[in-house]
Design a protein. Structure first.
Length: 267
């Protein structure tokens, strides 16, 4: 298997049956798969890959960016984890970084394939063995309603919901517009995923011996820090870091990059 500086892996077509696709950046070992969160913009999806040595494979899940919309009923942790694992196998990924939904998919993979990845980063995990809380689910229900109404109000309500949860001092640029545009395609996912959990029992992770970095946020309204704390507690070789932030991928990007590169670039 050969990996070029950007594009496909070994001439393989970078697309799964579900519509998920990926882009490859860099070359050489190690190969790190990066899996974004629900509704991530293309720029946001690339953030965790910045500065990593070797080959970075940035997965784009169905319904995001240039990936096709999935078939009805796609949105479950099982289906997403199946896609993530297939992509990881096809590109030969040895390490993986997952954000929110991506972290949940990797958690599920790790529980069922404890030795699959030699290192894991689980950033802003959203759920473990229980669905998200009622208040968070209500936010996602409002986002789903805003996505459904976007054809009539040109996304005004959706943009307002997205913008309301951001740090006041964050330089968000066109983020609100871009994220709202992505979410317009994801109403079924916004309704389904908050009512699910990646695992039935967190004890399933007890056999995972790989080093893991779990990153939470103290004041993120959509990612309860207690999920990150519980996840780090049940993974035998986990290290926990918690940012005092509501959105560390926006307002603590330099510190986040330092954490990721320090953990993943360490030979």
């Amino acid at each position: 298997m050969t990996i070029g500086s950007t594009g496909t892996v070994g001439g393989d077509h970078p697309e799964l049956a579900s519509g998920a696709t990926w882009r490859v950046h860099g070359s050489g070992a190690p190969v790190t798969l990066v899996v974004h969160g629900l509704g991530a913009t293309e720029g946001e999806a690339r953030i965790p890959a910045s500065g990593l040595r070797g080959t970075r494979v940035v997965l784009t899940l169905p319904g995001h960016g240039g990936a096709a919309n999935p078939a009805d009923g796609y949105w479950s942790y099982k289906r997403v984890a199946d896609d993530v694992l297939e992509a990881a196998d096809r590109v030969g990924a040895e390490r993986a970084v997952g954000v929110s939904l991506g972290a949940g998919a990797l958690t599920r993979i790790a529980a069922r394939n404890p030795a699959r990845f030699e290192r894991l980063v689980l950033l802003l995990p959203a759920a473990l063995d229980q669905p998200r809380g009622g208040e968070v689910t209500e936010v996602f229900d409002r986002l789903a309603a805003g996505a459904a109404a976007a054809a009539e109000d040109d996304g005004e309500w959706l943009r307002a919901i997205v913008g309301s949860g951001l740090p006041d001092d964050a330089d968000v640029g066109h983020y609100v517009e871009q994220r709202a545009a992505t979410l317009r395609r994801l109403a079924p996912a916004l309704r389904a995923l908050p009512r699910q959990a990646p695992l039935d029992d967190s004890a399933e992770l007890s056999a995972v011996a790989s080093p893991a970095l779990v990153i939470g946020a103290a004041s993120d309204p959509l990612h309860d820090r207690s999920v990150a704390e519980r996840l780090a507690a049940v993974l035998p070789e986990a290290r926990l870091e918690v940012f005092d932030s509501a959105a560390p991928m926006l307002d603590r990007r330099a510190e986040l990059r330092k954490l990721l590169t320090g953990f993943l670039n360490d030979r």
